[in-house]
Design a protein around this ligand. Structure first.
Ligand code: SF4
Length: 348
């Protein structure tokens, strides 16, 4: 199986077949379902490109194939994304026309509460594979308005591919830039790069605690940067772009759900352009982490709101369909070891 190309490598190949920038734009719009694959009138494709069109179309369409699981609990669908080499990642269609996509197969950060983190990193996704999750999702739900790069993987570990995919989604597909959200555990490379991108996405910081040592234990391979520094970089970017910073906090009962910790968070973000999203942990098999009670979560939210901070409990999408990051894929891989899945059975 040939390796999956980046969007820029596809473009280089198109150019070698004689494509001009207008042809390349048209090919991308055809992949997005916004234009016909056939060339017309003054925008006719060069002969070499025209001859290769069926191959190009088939290669692009095969970048991401979906197996869809509907949630009974919310208007969410968990998507198992099958990649051309047989690897798989997860994407989730979320309420309010949003889509969550992955940036890597597996993840090297190793968060203690995350199923994806347990398996480590398998491989990078190409920029075309990241963008393909959006393209394929629009075939199921054409009105997607928001894309969050918050699925499997740490975007800062696959920075060049993430930049290309964000540019494609913001520029070619035309989503509002503030509706593209890159989520990170915090990494100098990403903080330094983001202000230079032509499409500047919103930024979400997976903070989870204001205690440096606790954070190093929970996010064992995250860069050793203090919560204060991470918040400073995230909030500075938010104020430059005028998109609020999203502070993500997975609530783990008895570990990071005390009023004392949340008060420290309030001190650090007071008066800054930020909102706090709590996510109650989705317990995974063999894990001791538990969700705090609903009453306690509501008390924490009220506590922050009284201090003037926007705080919400984010819907941990599709709890009934292996909703935690990596659980659907883990279930699929374990089933596949017993009975390999047939691609013909996968929905598109
Ligand atoms: S929570 Fe995110 S960063 Fe942490 S291991 Fe899972 S995928 Fe990686």
């Amino acid at each position: 199986m040939p390796r999956s190309l980046h969007l820029s490598e596809f473009e280089r190949d198109f150019a070698e077949l004689g494509a001009k920038p207008t042809h390349i734009r048209r090919l991308w719009r055809a992949w997005l379902g916004l234009a016909s694959w056939q060339s017309q009138g003054h925008a006719s494709y060069p002969k070499a490109l025209q001859e290769k069109l069926p191959e190009i179309q088939s290669q692009l369409e095969s970048l991401a194939r979906f197996n869809v699981k509907e949630s009974r609990q919310a208007e969410s669908s968990k998507l198992l994304v099958m990649l051309p080499d047989g690897a798989c990642v997860e994407a989730v269609l979320l309420p309010r026309q949003a889509l969550c996509i992955s940036t890597q197969v597996g993840c090297a950060v190793g968060c203690a509460f995350c199923m994806t983190g347990k398996g480590g990193l398998e491989r990078q996704l190409s920029s075309a594979e990241i963008a393909a999750q959006y393209v394929a999702a629009t075939r199921i739900k054409p009105d997607i308005k928001k894309v969050v790069l918050m699925g499997m993987g740490e975007p800062s570990h696959n920075l060049a591919a993430v930049e290309e995919a964000v540019e494609f989604i913001g520029d070619v597909a035309g989503l509002a830039h503030k509706q593209i959200v890159v989520s990170t555990v915090g990494d100098e490379r990403l903080f330094d790069a983001l202000p230079t991108w032509s499409v500047k996405p919103a930024l979400a910081l997976s903070l989870h605690t204001t205690d440096f040592e606790k954070r190093q234990k929970l996010l064992k391979n995250a860069p050793a940067l203090t919560p204060e520094y991470l918040l400073q970089r995230t909030l500075d970017y938010a104020e430059q772009t005028k998109y609020p910073a999203q502070i993500e906090w997975t609530l783990l009962a008895g570990i990071n759900d005390t009023f004392q910790e949340v008060e420290r968070l309030a001190e650090l973000v007071a008066g800054r352009y930020a909102m706090v999203n709590f996510i109650a942990v989705n317990p995974t098999e063999g894990s001791d982490f538990k969700r705090p009670s609903q009453d306690h979560i509501e008390d924490l939210i009220t506590f922050l709101r009284r201090k003037g901070i926007v705080a919400t409990l984010r819907d941990s999408a599709a709890q009934d369909i292996e909703g935690g990051c990596g659980q659907l894929r883990a279930r699929h891989l374990s089933a596949a070891r017993e009975a390999p899945i047939s691609l013909e059975k996968l929905d598109r």
